[in-house]
Design a protein around this ligand. Structure first.
Ligand code: PLP
Length: 400
């Protein structure tokens, strides 16, 4: 009988995926399910991306591509870093992979030894601790608090660093909280990192274009160029350009690390699909008009989401300043019963009850390291969102 290898046996499947799978099952049974569980833009990919992919086919670029990425795409990525982050990077500091997720996989596989610590501020995107664990790494969490708008406190970060720390993961704008870091936060964090020269920093900036209230994303490397030889910037076209299915992520980092990551990828998947590379290249070389149009829509939806959630008795909600998720808290209704008599003691039970009773799929906050919260994506149509919020309100108000 098959037994999974020990490195995999104890690794949980991401709760985001589990929740989406249960929602699909109920849908297949004919239930009217609304899913706000996945981080998937509800927009079409930009037309220039489609054209870029078709161009690749027409040009007959259907053979194995170079492992780090096609030169044209690497040049487009370098141009993006200059345009958006004021960073000068050479092509040898860059690589592309099958999504930002594979960039993270490559980086951790290339660098983590058994017992190394990876500092992951919480709440966090589920994949960092899970991937680190695959390579014997141990996630160390630094809580970010709702009352502080989920911003990372540099003093808390400093306290978590030990001689075994290999990586600090920064993800701002944050999934799931939408928190961002201001220049002063980044300067203080850079000071902490300067004092720990053995530590690498993974700065996941995949939501960089999706910021609200007129705030602009700043990259840590921009604020602290002296740390560039220890920062790996993770990014990709999935979120900003609504290109999740194209599977194109990219990274900029120290040459030696990138070289090791390319070695990993060469043995895992080789260079990524040439058509997707053509599409991503065209998207990055185009202007940011479509991205800005989508950002505008997300901001309006963010405003509505927060207004609606805050108006429900028993729900707290910090203001997300980026990305496309709300992260409301439900402490006030824990250990109470739903209308059908189901006792809810934590956010996993809460998400299950919400799905079963109101057919609304969300993700329990404990999957991201902080409950009792739910993550609600607002990357869905206005009509779906209105109906979803009504269902949530009915659900919460039914507790007694
Ligand atoms: C914070 C964060 N980083 C990276 C990714 C990976 O995105 P992809 O692999 O689609 O590029 C995601 C996707 O949900 C994410 O939320």
């Amino acid at each position: 009988m098959f037994q999974p290898a020990s490195r995999i046996a104890n690794i949980a499947s991401p709760a985001t995926i589990a929740m989406a799978a249960r929602a699909r099952e109920l849908k297949a049974e004919g239930k009217d399910i609304i899913s706000l569980a996945l981080g998937q833009p509800d927009f079409a990919s930009p037309p220039q991306a489609l054209e870029g992919a078709i161009e690749e086919v027409r040009a007959g670029h259907t053979g194995y591509p170079p492992i780090p990425g096609q030169k044209s795409l690497l040049e487009a990525v370098a141009h993006k870093f200059k345009r958006d982050n004021e960073l000068d990077v050479s092509l040898s500091q860059l690589m592309v992979a099958n999504g930002g997720k594979q960039i993270i996989f490559n980086a951790f596989m290339a660098s983590i030894e058994q017992g190394d610590e990876v500092i992951v501020p919480s709440p966090y995107w589920v994949s960092y601790p899970l991937i680190a664990q695959m390579f014997g790494g141990k996630a160390v969490h630094v809580p970010c608090y709702e009352h502080n708008n989920f911003r990372l406190d540099p003093a808390d970060l400093a306290k978590a660093i030990t001689p075994k720390t290999r990586w600090i993961v920064l993800n701002f704008p944050n999934n799931p909280t939408g928190a961002i870091l201001e220049k002063s936060d980044l300067e203080a964090i850079a000071e902490v990192i300067r004092k720990a020269p053995h530590v690498l920093v993974m700065s996941d900036e995949i939501y960089e274009h999706l910021t609200f209230d007129g705030k602009k994303h700043l990259s840590l490397a921009q604020v602290a160029p002296d740390l560039m030889d220890r920062i790996l910037i993770v990014n990709g076209v999935s979120k900003a350009y609504a290109m999740t299915g194209w599977r194109v992520g990219f990274a900029a980092g120290p040459e030696k690390l990138i070289k090791a990551m390319i070695k990993v990828q060469g043995n895992v998947s080789s260079g990524i699909c040439t058509l997707a590379q053509g599409g991503a290249c065209a998207a990055l070389n185009g202007n940011l008009t479509e991205v800005e149009a989508m950002r505008n829509v997300y901001e309006k939806r963010r405003n509505r989401a927060v207004e609606f959630l805050r108006a429900i008795d028993g729900v707290s909600c910090a203001m997300p300043q980026g990305a496309f998720y709300a992260y409301p808290g439900f402490a006030a209704i824990m250990n109470k019963r739903t209308a059908s008599g189901r006792l809810v003691t934590n956010d996993v039970e809460l998400a299950e009850a919400l799905l079963e009773e109101q057919h609304l799929a969300t993700v329990p906050g404990s999957a991201f390291g902080l409950g009792p919260h739910l993550r609600l994506s607002f990357a869905a149509s206005e009509q779906q969102l209105s109906e979803a919020y009504e269902r949530l309100k009915r659900f919460v108000e039914s507790f007694s």
